[in-house]
Design a protein around this ligand. Structure first.
Ligand code: PGA
Ligand code: ZN
Length: 430
């Protein structure tokens, strides 16, 4: 049984406070931490921050820590850690708000993950296996990783409007091989950028992708294409982009120059223009997936583009891991893949439920990190246990990103002959 729940404030990969939890049972101590990003609080769970400008610029999480140490601990001590849904339900009831803003999703999620780890230990099974059991599945699949190699948007200090360019080693035979392909591409890209723009072009964004100061999407895609051709994996590696178009949507227009100093307004595009641009990009480059091609409320253009069937269309800001928005998007055929961010929904049980919703609709599912990450590798096990088929955890470098990818290496090794890499089944993993 759970004997003690103790939280502390730690720092995430951006140097901003987040919550870490040590959950104790008769089997030992289980540690977990909450990832973080700018949660808008509109349709997603709410992080509790102290707002005291004198402490971490208002970002300390002492109240959330206190909520774990007092209220949550009191409610959970004595519970069986294998009963994940009951543990999560107890916290939801204790919080009593729709968005977990009373206790804070940072408090609730860290406890939920720690309990999941404790539950696995109680059953003496690996974490991914326990997660599979919780979801009622038996299939364990290693996901295709989407490695960020170029960063832009709000996550980097360059002029590139789109947030990320990712490489997907779909043609690898194993996860280990996929990681090698990602790493080699990353290092060849570093050389390609250095040759063309000098070493300063290799400064990186928050998720580890290179952030050369280029505003043209085609110019950066050409760099990535060149890097891939130097690896020799031309056939095996496909591309994905996260446009995060909400960040540069002004009214009904999209401003691809939103980050440049002299905004002329000349590069304003309509939803239709954007659609044409994506068609062209998918034609010229091996792009198989586009995330948030339009504003989070521009369901109309997203649906139209999705309907063309050119590539996977992922709803991140569009959906915010919110079950109501998933249901609506399924009904209206708005997109065809879910980006699941566990801190937007808030508990392991609810994350399992949203993944089920998406899979039942034959959507793709991408398990996702946040820009503010920790050393916790939970989402690696989650992606295998739920067979999401895809994982996005940033560049194949930097500790907080590698924590996830390296854990997938260990899982693949442990599964041995039973390891199954999603590969060509990345969009509808069994
Ligand atoms: P985040 O989002 O940086 O807000 O965590 C990552 C993403 O857009 O996929
Ligand atoms: Zn996104």
């Amino acid at each position: 049984v759970i004997t003690k729940v103790k939280a502390r404030q730690i720092l995430d990969s951006r140097g901003i406070p987040t919550v870490e939890v040590d959950l104790h049972t008769n089997k030992g101590m289980f540690r977990a931490s909450a990832p973080s990003s700018d949660l808008s609080g509109m349709y997603e769970a709410v992080e509790l921050r102290d707002g005291d400008k004198g402490s971490y610029l208002g970002n300390s999480v002492i109240r959330a820590v206190k909520n774990v140490n007092e209220k949550i601990s009191e409610a959970l001590v004595g519970m069986d850690p294998t009963l994940q849904s009951q543990i999560d339900q107890a916290m939801i009831e204790l919080d009593r708000t729709e968005k977990k803003g009373e206790l804070g999703v940072n408090a609730i999620l860290a406890v939920s993950i720690a309990a999941c780890k404790a539950g696995a230990a109680q059953k003496e099974v690996p974490l991914y296996k326990h997660i599979a059991d919780l979801s009622g599945k038996s299939q364990l699949t290693l996901p295709v990783p989407a490695f960020t190699v170029i960063s832009g948007g709000k996550r980097a200090g360059n002029n590139l409007a789109i947030q990320e360019i990712m490489v997907l080693p779909i043609g690898a035979n194993r996860f280990e091989e996929a990681l090698q392909m990602g790493s080699e591409t990353y290092h060849h890209l570093k050389a390609v950028i250095t040759e063309k723009y000098g070493a300063h072009g290799c400064n990186v964004g928050e998720d580890g992708g290179f952030a050369p100061n280029i505003s043209s999407i085609k110019e950066v895609l050409d760099l990535v294409k060149e890097a891939i051709s130097r690896t020799g994996y031309n056939e095996q590696i496909k591309l994905a982009i996260d446009v995060a178009a909400t960040d540069f949507c002004i009214g009904t227009k999209y401003d691809l120059d939103y980050k440049s100093a002299n905004k002329s307004g000349q590069n304003f595009k309509s939803g239709q223009d954007m659609t044409e641009m994506y068609k062209e990009l998918c034609n010229e480059y091996p792009i198989v997936s586009i995330e948030d091609p339009f504003d989070k409320e521009d369901w109309e253009h997203t649906k139209k583009f999705s309907g063309l069937g050119i590539c996977q269309v992922v709803g991140d800001d569009l959906i915010m891991s919110n079950p109501k928005r998933i249901k609506r998007a399924i009904e209206e055929s708005t997109c065809n893949a879910l980006l699941v961010k566990i801190n937007q929904i808030g508990t392991v049980t609810e994350a399992i439920e949203v993944v089920k919703l998406a899979k039942d609709a034959h959507w793709g599912v991408v398990t996702s990190h946040r820009c503010g990450e920790t050393e916790d590798s939970f989402i690696a096990d989650l992606s295998v246990g739920l067979s999401t088929g895809q994982i996005k955890a940033g560049a194949p470098c930097r500790g907080e990103r590698l924590a996830k990818y390296n854990q997938l290496l260990r899982i693949e090794e442990e599964l041995g002959d039973n390891a199954f890499y999603a590969g060509e089944d990345w969009r509808e993993s069994p």
